[in-house]
Design a protein around this ligand. Structure first.
Ligand code: GZL
Length: 424
């Protein structure tokens, strides 16, 4: 097979000799094709004037990485086969091991002459035995919501289950405290640092220090945006954009417009947090396809019950109530809004429809009582998939770039049947 690919590529390059004078780079969608292309360019005396970029990144003599090191290719893009991971997860499922993720996105690397030695060393890196105790430094956002409390319990329980020594720091919504915790974990030479970042930006310096210290950093629950690439190893968490889309799709499909403009009030999480920004963007993406619906009021409620309640109280103080739908970025703010509405004689779930994200047991109870109409799930039980991924990483397996958790959409029609099955 490989020889056929090589020969076919050779012939194809030779046949286009006349047109190669305008070509600067050849992209080969396998390293075997790249080998054929290289030999053809060499035989035509063009190997110095035309660069080749391949794909696969196999190691071994005359394979992709070796060709890069010999200068025959400018780069090759590794394409993990996924075979080992597939067997590993299939075995885990058969053994009913906890923490098997719904989807993982494997890492692809661009291998050049500059990083080829590092890449090969990474593949052979000595690691801890699976039975060794791993020390994890975990920086948690705080205790702002029921979701967060369930998330913390999940992390702490899974650390025990996977024999991981957990240094747990609660930042109480402070990025400054999270950065100080990261620096403390570096000083303590932990094996891995995990952060649930309160906001997306402002992490580059601390993450560079962790990288220089050779300590991998995993983002759990929320994402960061950094100027420099590769400062974090993996992100494990939900697809917030899709959660926002699901909320507005449910509104579109279940709340028919009974007037020209259906007014939506949005209760947002904390400013700059990835769930806040992305749930807002995902919702807006579907909203713009629905001309009869309009966000007329949008405020940051920081994912807390109290602030969800305060926003509704303030709105009622300054306006005659005219809102048809409330979209809350989490259950706690929705439940706080429900209390404020009831105190003002407005019937939540009837006079105004309410949609929230998280789908905690408290949200299911509100749906059973008809006060909440829809809950989009965001699973906080990240402990087991996180600890499993970290143990795999420390025992030498490559960490996926992304680990995505399972999520569904629930509404009041199914709440009664499901509430006692809720794990959080
Ligand atoms: C989402 C998480 C959010 C929850 C809120 O992954 O970061 O923060 O939706 C929590 O309940 O406070």
């Amino acid at each position: 097979m490989e020889k056929e690919l090589k020969d076919t590529a050779y012939d194809a390059m030779a046949a286009m000799q006349e047109r190669l004078k305008d070509v600067d780079v050849v992209f080969a969608n396998s390293d075997y094709v790249a080998q054929g292309a290289y030999e053809a360019l060499r035989d035509m005396g063009l190997e110095q004037s035309i660069q080749i970029v391949g794909t696969d990144g196999f190691t071994g003599e005359d394979e992709g990485v070796d060709m890069v090191m010999q200068g025959k290719m400018a780069a090759t893009i590794s394409c993990p086969t996924g075979g080992r991971e597939a067997i590993q997860y299939a075995t885990n499922i058969l053994e009913q091991e906890s923490g098997v993720p719904k989807q993982v996105i494997l890492r692809s690397r661009t291998i050049t002459k500059e990083n080829a030695d590092w890449y090969l060393a990474e593949l052979k890196k000595e690691t801890k035995d699976a039975g060794d105790v791993i020390t994890m430094g975990y920086s948690q956002v705080g205790q702002e919501s029921k979701w967060r409390l369930a998330n913390t319990r999940s992390i702490q329980e899974a650390a025990r289950e996977f024999n991981i020594r957990l240094l747990f720091d609660d930042a109480n919504q402070s990025q400054e405290k999270q950065i100080a915790a990261i620096r403390r974990f570096i000083q303590e030479r932990v094996d891995v640092i995990v952060v649930s970042p309160v906001v997306e930006t402002g992490w580059d310096e601390a993450l560079k220090e962790a990288k220089e210290a050779g300590i991998p950093v995993v983002m759990s629950d929320r994402k960061v945006v950094t100027e420099e690439k590769d400062l974090t190893t993996t992100y494990i968490g939900a697809d917030f954009l899709e959660e926002g889309r699901r909320a507005m799709r449910w509104i579109r499909d279940n709340i028919s417009p009974y007037k020209e403009e259906m007014k939506i009030l949005e209760l947002k999480g904390n400013k700059g947090a990835s769930p806040t920004e992305e749930r807002g963007r995902g919702f807006a993406e579907i909203l713009k396809e629905c001309p009869n619906y309009q966000i007329v009021y949008s405020e940051y409620g920081n994912f807390t019950y109290e602030e969800g309640k305060e926003i509704i109280e303030t709105y009622l103080h300054n306006h005659v109530w005219d809102v048809d739908i409330i979209y809350a970025h989490n259950d706690d703010m929705a439940l706080g809004a429900i209390e404020a509405l009831e105190q003002s004689g407005i019937t939540p779930g009837k006079d105004v429809k309410i949609i929230s994200v998280d789908a905690t047991r408290e949200a299911f109870q509100a749906m059973v009582e008809g006060k909440l109409n829809c809950a989009v799930e965001c699973n906080p039980l990240l402990g087991a998939p996180l600890m499993k991924a970290v143990r795999d990483m420390v025992s030498g397996k490559e960490m996926p770039v992304r680990i995505i958790t399972e999520e569904k959409v629930y509404d009041e029609s199914m709440a009664e049947d499901l509430i006692n099955l809720r794990a959080y």
